[in-house]
Design a protein around this ligand. Structure first.
Ligand code: 5AD
Ligand code: SF4
Length: 442
């Protein structure tokens, strides 16, 4: 009998929530005896965890699936699994199975915890499996998890989104908001500390609505304060905050709690009131700027990062210029910039005045330039300053240097001696580069 190949290859597209889901899928596979490989040719299982937020993420998955045909021909025992947000779209699983009939398992985000069961059925019964749950289930706790880093970890505190921004597919594929019980979250954080983790990032599509629907008397600010009290944790971050829901008590918690890092990801999406309204964002440019100014005043040294979309239906040059102006006014330390991508059955997809591709690209290029100019300017301010860095490993581009981040999220590559991964060290910044800082440990 041929021996089973117990190596798996996993590839992840999309956001941190997907990254964390993949860590759980990895954990489940390791639990049943598999080990990870970074080479597809070596693998007995190839698993793709997909994203559908923009069309290009989907196209990459299609391209990758097409390439697996040759591998499967060479190795008929290879098991190919596809999961994640893309699978939750109506008709997508069938489309995948008819276009790529050599795929063995298709499952969605709500039933990822059942992956080992599906795998077993494929192996023992030789069937093709398509299992997509349309409705979110109870949150499944206690899944094994194989984390990428030994220093910092993601902890999901809530799933789903109720906001229905008109461009966004997430509420349709990730379902309604559900929060984990604070006890489960705190236990996970304590376990992480025991295992040596120093930093956690709390994840949710809209962390500021944490706690709604739970029986306990809790909200996001209270959760932050509880986590701040966990002995041994050094840094706590969170994402994503919807500006309409970021309350004063959260700002106060960051100001008062020493473990909460001075960094807020606050997606603005557009600087034009006209577009914000069509996006269904429930705030105005003025409200957003007031919030930004309050945050800057209350939390000295805070870093603000954001998401911005250009080319939303009906966006005029004037609307776009308002976004550019807002970017300069806020001074983001980083921004994720996106070209609007039409998503099936979302309200924006049905809007009539879609923006021309050339205009979208022209705006995108100007936006990236404005963001980068800002980032470089802000980085310059760090020169000759001493910052606290949590050491994450060696620099990707220069293996003689260590690499880590400041409390407010700047990447620092530095020279040092007797440094261990997970240490908190003081580094004097010698030179600012466009996307990182160079320094020397003192
Ligand atoms: N087109 C472009 N960008 C999008 N985003 C969400 N949906 C779309 C879309 N249809 C962006 C938003 C969001 C981030 C995660 O992805 O900026 O904050
Ligand atoms: Fe999408 Fe808006 Fe929900 Fe974010 S808040 S996941 S952009 S619907």
């Amino acid at each position: 009998m041929q021996e089973t190949n117990l190596k798996y290859y996993i590839e992840t597209w999309g956001c941190q929530m997907n990254e964390e889901d993949s860590e759980k899928l990895s954990g489940m596979l390791k639990n049943i005896g598999y080990s990870r490989t970074e080479t597809k040719e070596e693998a007995g299982i190839i698993l793709y965890n997909t994203c559908c937020v923009r069309e290009n993420a989907e196209n990459k998955v299609f391209g990758n699936l097409g390439q697996l045909k040759a591998l499967k021909r060479k190795n008929p025992d290879l098991i190919i699994g596809i999961c994640g947000c893309m699978m939750q779209q109506e008709g997508m699983a069938d489309k995948i199975l008819s276009t790529f009939p050599y795929v063995n398992i298709v499952f969605g985000t709500h039933n990822a915890y059942k992956f080992p069961e599906y795998l077993n059925r494929v192996k023992t019964e030789g069937v093709q499996i398509k299992e997509i749950f349309n409705k979110e289930e109870e949150i499944v706790e206690g899944l094994p998890i194989d984390r990428k880093s030994d220093v910092k970890a993601f902890v999901t505190i809530m799933y789903g989104c109720n906001n229905f921004c008109t461009y966004c597919i997430v509420p349709y594929v990730r379902g309604r908001e559900r929060s984990r019980k604070s006890e489960d979250i705190l236990n996970e954080v304590k376990e992480l500390v025991k295992a040596g983790y120093k930093e956690i990032t709390l994840l949710g599509q809209n962390v500021n609505s944490y706690g709604k629907g739970l029986e306990e008397d809790i909200n996001f600010a209270k959760l932050l304060r509880m986590i701040n009290e966990v002995e041994g944790i050094e840094r706590v971050r969170f994402m994503t905050s919807h500006p309409k829901d970021l309350t004063d008590d959260v700002i106060l918690a960051i100001k008062e709690c020493d473990k909460l890092c001075e960094q807020i990801h606050l997606p603005v999406q557009s600087g034009s009131n006209n577009i914000l309204k069509k996006m269904n964002r429930h705030y105005t440019r003025e409200y957003y700027m007031e919030l930004v100014n309050k945050i800057k005043k209350e939390i000295p040294g805070v870093s603000l990062t954001t998401d911005i979309i250009v080319g939303f239906p009906g966006e005029t040059e004037e609307d776009f210029l308002e976004t550019l102006e807002l970017v300069r006014e806020v001074g983001y330390s980083a921004a994720f910039t996106f070209i609007y991508s039409r998503r099936n059955n979302t309200p924006a997809d049905m809007m009539l005045n879609q923006v021309d591709d050339a205009d979208k690209h022209h705006r995108f290029d100007r936006l990236v330039k404005a963001v980068n100019e800002n980032v470089i300017k802000l980085n310059k301010e760090f020169e000759n300053q001493v910052v606290e860095v949590l050491v994450e490993g060696m620099s990707k581009n220069d293996e003689t240097k260590y690499s880590g981040r400041t409390r407010n999220g700047r990447l620092v590559n530095f020279e040092g001696e007797n440094v261990k991964i997970g240490d908190l060290v003081n580094v004097e910044i010698t030179r600012a580069q466009p996307f990182s800082l160079l320094g020397k440990m003192i």
